[in-house]
Design a protein. Structure first.
Lengths: 435, 540
């Protein structure tokens, strides 16, 4: 224990001097940090991701580990408390010396962790769809950026369903507010009038939906096709859908397109009255491929044969992220952060829907976009899908200031917010002002 | 897999024998399924092609049209990957699904879900299917089914349908169905261009609260001439009725939110208001009531309604018992020290939350809403009251009445009031003050448990349930006047209504802020709340 600790210090010191000492840096195991809330409001979504990571690590160990070493999971509980996420991330990187972290769900928690992983030069794989407008050298975004979820979903509603009136309903925090800002600009660019957009926010864990649902009903009974775009997060969705069903809002009249409702969230409710409401993701449990069925079977087996368990999009994101990291480590021949960071760009691994995901230079990945309709068994049936995969865009083209930025972590640019107009790295004045 | 094939084969063989096999024709019919072209067309790739296929199927008037349409609508019409056979899935739980042949209903046993392809539909097709089925169902025997069909057809009538619909209207005997059919027809005739017909149509449609009707009338009203004038008049009447209904709806929403506030606060009104104990674990007592409901539903699978009714006494007892334990082990040692009580009970609240997380699960639990509490009570087309909230509203009033009865009409109530007013004097009169403390706290906690049972029907049952209600509960009790049950009722209901009136234009977050600011200002003016305690007891 003591010996290995001092080895680590020596190794760290030598690394700091720029001397590579693979022999000394060698450990018995490769440590994988898991930073997901196991208690608090987000536990409903995050605790399954922890279990999934444990399963993936176990499977890899059964296959012989990585670089001849076993993987060792290090699980911490940040308890849905954003500052605690930063503290736990620091603990993982500084004390436990993990080689990589898989974690976070809400954007608020990611924003808390970001300075820590940058300061201590860690690796974080973030598996959830998010609002974009961020690109960190140390974070890999395996969930969808707005152009991989929100924009195609709105396109689908506009072109395939013929929606003319829009309700943007969300939980009151950074992800829904930024996404709705992007969508509002996008809709107006496509000729939607101000009167035809209604934006509304509710607090986390909100349950008294009756008035809002009644308003939506009224807004939608003006003779134009209306849809709700929902960025409601967490367990507030359950009473929201229950109220929709009770007030008899039928998906054929006013469909609800959700960005944060997956199989996990639906497992708590009777979905018979919700058939036809929509969700946009990059993966659904009902995807009909052998890779997916194998993954589901493994997941059921890992849960002691409980075949009521479900899989969802962030789980697929972790599956992809984990495999990408494995490949990058194999390619680099080391778990050393800088080497892995360089090696992972361009790495391509199979996803669960029969295609491939590639890590782009902006630390986002390529994904297919799918629109699913809720079925009475709590699953989604895919009704529309992009013909090929879409690469994630860190900086939205529909926000002022953000549209001129690109992110490219390859040498020689190595910049997360390069301004193509001013030809400088460091974002733009407008973007800084809006934050 | 092989076993499954064998079973399927055996079953098919059985069917063959049953069908009087032996002749070559029947064998041919069974091995590759002889699905009619109309059915095959449904398996097209594009939704547009499927839409045409549905139209053709309805036009073909094949005997099994209704069954196939329903199966397609339910997502049960699927295809076996191996031989392209059309099947209807009768059970889609687990990894192997039970299927029957779509053409002749022959049971085909269980098939792995990997080997079945669903014929997917989208919302547009779903709409088309429902309308197609509504037309088929117009001749149903059950008037309720005919009514639903007629309602469905409002706004969906085209030239082809108008004729048979008019015939149907003449033959119809049920009054409600007639009215709906007349509306559906009138809506079609509104677009006919014939002045007399339009006049008659507007006449039929005036007073209808159906949104489709309203939109169509608004269209006509935008033009000029006599018809437009008539439409404007009809529309004005409709708008007036809608405004009234909307006001009634807001009032109902307010009372419903108010009833939740009253339920959550009324237990606190006893422990805090009457006894003066600041119990921060009150929210967790509510949570325990909700978990009791969940637990009973787990114990009585398939009978969510019965479990819910049993949960009323059970939730009361569980929370009352926990309340007594808290009182005996913590609160009684801190009598007269409100700050310490506050901190200690806050600790208890954290302990209870973590206990539930560790013992049960950090995840939310699903409490099933029984059939009779789902859906809504339809008053008219613009106003329907959601049933679960209606029940909770009634329940809150019953609990309040029962509590008033206990406090006013029983010996316990008398003793409680005596002990709160003057403890020493009450003891001198022979009242066992400690016993009264325990019973009062048990009563207050038990009522919190009842609130939990009711809330399990409205919100998520999870370890954080109580935290969402503790602040609101204190707010209601303080606003209503500490120590006054009537105050709690009036305060809860009025805060509910105020909140719901503000919410539509301020948004949920701001509405809450406004209500809080309002209460702070109110308390500045009247520190003892809406209904202050009067007399000497209040001064002491």
């Amino acid at each position: 224990m003591n010996a290995s600790k001092s080895h680590r210090w020596i190794a760290a010191g030598l690394l700091g001097l720029g001397i590579s000492v693979p022999a000394l840096a060698q450990e018995d195991t490769i440590k994988v940090g898991i930073l997901h809330s196991l208690s608090g409001t987000m536990a409903i979504s995050e605790s399954t991701l922890k279990d999934e990571m444990l399963m993936l690590i176990q499977q890899q160990n059964d296959k012989g580990g990585l670089l001849g070493k076993q993987l060792e999971p290090v699980v911490v509980d940040p308890a849905s408390d954003w500052p605690l996420f930063a503290e736990k991330a620091r603990q993982l990187l500084a004390k436990d010396k993990v080689d990589v972290i898989f974690g976070n769900w809400t954007s608020a928690s990611r924003k808390a962790v970001l300075p820590v992983v940058e300061e201590l030069d860690g690796l974080l794989f973030y598996p959830v769809q998010y609002e974009g407008e961020e690109s960190s050298e140390n974070i890999f975004y395996t969930g969808a950026a707005p152009n991989q979820q929100a924009i195609p979903a709105v396109d689908y509603l506009m072109n395939n369903v013929g929606v003319q009136r829009w309700v943007l309903e969300g939980t009151d925090y950074v992800y829904p507010r930024t996404t709705n800002k992007i969508l509002e600009t996008y809709l107006k660019e496509h000729g939607v009038a101000d009167d035809d957009i209604m934006i509304d926010y509710t607090p986390f864990g909100y349950s008294n939906w009756q008035n809002i649902v009644s308003n939506i009903k009224q807004f939608g009974s003006q003779g134009k096709k209306t849809a709700v775009v929902s960025t409601i997060n967490g367990d507030a969705n359950v009473p929201f859908y229950r109220e929709l069903a009770n007030q008899g809002i039928d998906a054929a009249d006013i469909p609800v397109m959700a960005f944060s409702v997956g199989e996990q969230e639906l497992s708590g409710i009777d979905t018979a009255p919700l058939v036809g409401h929509l969700a946009a993701w990059n993966y659904f449990m009902s995807v009909d491929t052998d890779a997916n069925y194998d993954f589901i079977d493994n997941w059921i087996a890992y849960n002691d044969g409980d075949d009521t368990v479900v899989t969802n999009d962030p789980m697929e994101a972790h599956y992809i992220g984990f495999n990408m990291w494995l490949q990058a480590v194999k390619k680099a021949g080391t778990t050393e952060v800088d080497a892995v960071k360089d090696a992972i760009i361009g790495v391509t691994v199979p996803n669960l829907s029969g295609g491939y995901a590639t890590m782009m230079p902006n630390h986002h990945i390529t994904k297919p976009v799918m629109i699913g309709e809720i079925q009475d068994n709590g699953q989604f049936s895919v009704v529309w899908q992009t013909p090929s995969t879409v690469a994630g865009d860190a900086w939205s083209d529909y926000l002022p200031g953000s549209r001129d930025l690109i992110s490219d972590w390859r040498k020689p640019l190595e910049c997360g917010n390069y301004n193509v107009v001013e030809k400088t790295c460091g974002g733009s004045a407008e973007e800084t002002a809006s934050q | 897999m092989t076993l499954l094939r064998t079973i399927t084969a055996t079953l098919m063989l059985g069917c063959l024998i049953a069908l009087g096999a032996g002749n070559a024709l029947a064998l041919d019919a069974a091995s590759p399924q002889q699905a009619p072209d109309e059915l095959r067309a449904l398996a097209a790739d594009s939704y547009a092609a499927k839409a045409r296929a549905i139209k053709d199927l309805v036009a073909s008037q094949a005997p099994r049209t209704r069954v196939w349409l329903q199966a397609l609508l339910d997502g049960k019409l699927q295809r076996l990957e191996d031989d392209g056979r059309f099947v209807i899935v009768t059970d889609n739980r687990g990894r192997d699904w039970t299927v029957i042949d779509a053409v002749d209903d022959a049971p085909l046993g269980e098939v792995s879900r990997r080997r079945i392809d669903r014929i997917t539909i989208n919302n547009a097709l779903r709409n088309q299917l429902r309308s197609a089925m509504a037309i088929l169902d117009l001749d149903a025997d059950d008037p309720a089914e005919r009514l639903a069909s007629a309602d469905r057809l409002i706004g969906e009538v085209d030239a082809d349908l108008a004729e048979p619909l008019a015939a149907r209207l003449d033959a119809e005997s049920d009054g409600d169905v007639r009215a709906k059919l007349a509306q559906a027809l009138a809506l079609y005739r509104l677009q006919s261009g014939d002045a007399a017909q339009i006049d008659a149509a507007i006449d039929t449609l005036s007073g209808s609260l159906n949104p489709t009707v309203r939109a169509a009338l608004a269209q006509v009203a935008r033009g000029d001439g006599e018809a437009a004038e008539a439409a404007r008049q009809a529309l004005a009447g409709i708008e007036q009725a809608l405004r009234l209904n909307h006001a009634a709806e807001t009032l109902y929403f307010g009372l419903s939110l108010g009833s939740v506030l009253v339920l959550a606060a009324i237990g606190l009104a006893i422990t805090f208001g009457v006894m003066g104990v600041i119990n921060m674990a009150h929210g967790e007592l509510i949570m325990l009531g909700a978990y009791t409901t969940w637990m009973l539903q787990q114990l009585l699978p398939g009978q969510p309604g019965l479990a819910l009714i049993l949960a009323i006494p059970a939730g009361f007892l569980v929370s009352a018992l926990v309340g007594v334990i808290i009182e005996r082990s913590v609160i009684r040692f801190l009598k007269g020290r409100p700050l310490e009580t506050l901190l200690a009970t806050f600790g208890v609240s954290l302990i209870l939350q973590q206990l539930v997380r560790t013992v049960i699960s950090p995840l939310n639990r699903t409490v099933v809403t029984p059939e009779w509490m789902s859906g809504s009570l339809v008053v008219n087309e613009a106003l329907s009251l959601t049933l679960n909230r209606l029940y909770v509203l009634g329940f809150a009033l019953v609990v309040f009445a029962a509590l008033m009865l206990v406090m006013r009409r029983t010996r316990l109530g008398l003793e409680v009031r005596a002990v709160t007013q003057n403890r020493t004097m009450a003891r001198a009169m022979g009242i066992h003050a400690t016993r009264v403390d325990i019973l009062t706290f048990a009563l207050g906690s038990g009522v919190a448990g009842l609130a939990g049972v009711a809330l399990s029907q409205l919100t998520n049952v999870g370890p954080n349930l109580g935290q969402n209600y503790i602040i609101d509960s204190f707010m209601v009790v303080v606003f209503g006047g500490v120590g006054n049950l009537w105050g709690t009722l009036v305060a809860g209901m009025s805060l509910g209504v105020i909140n719901q009136v503000i919410e539509p234009w301020a948004g949920a977050v701001l509405a809450k802020v406004i209500v809080l600011v309002f209460i702070i200002l109110f308390i500045q003016k009247r520190p003892r709340g809406l209904f202050p305690q009067k007399g000497r007891a209040a001064e002491g």
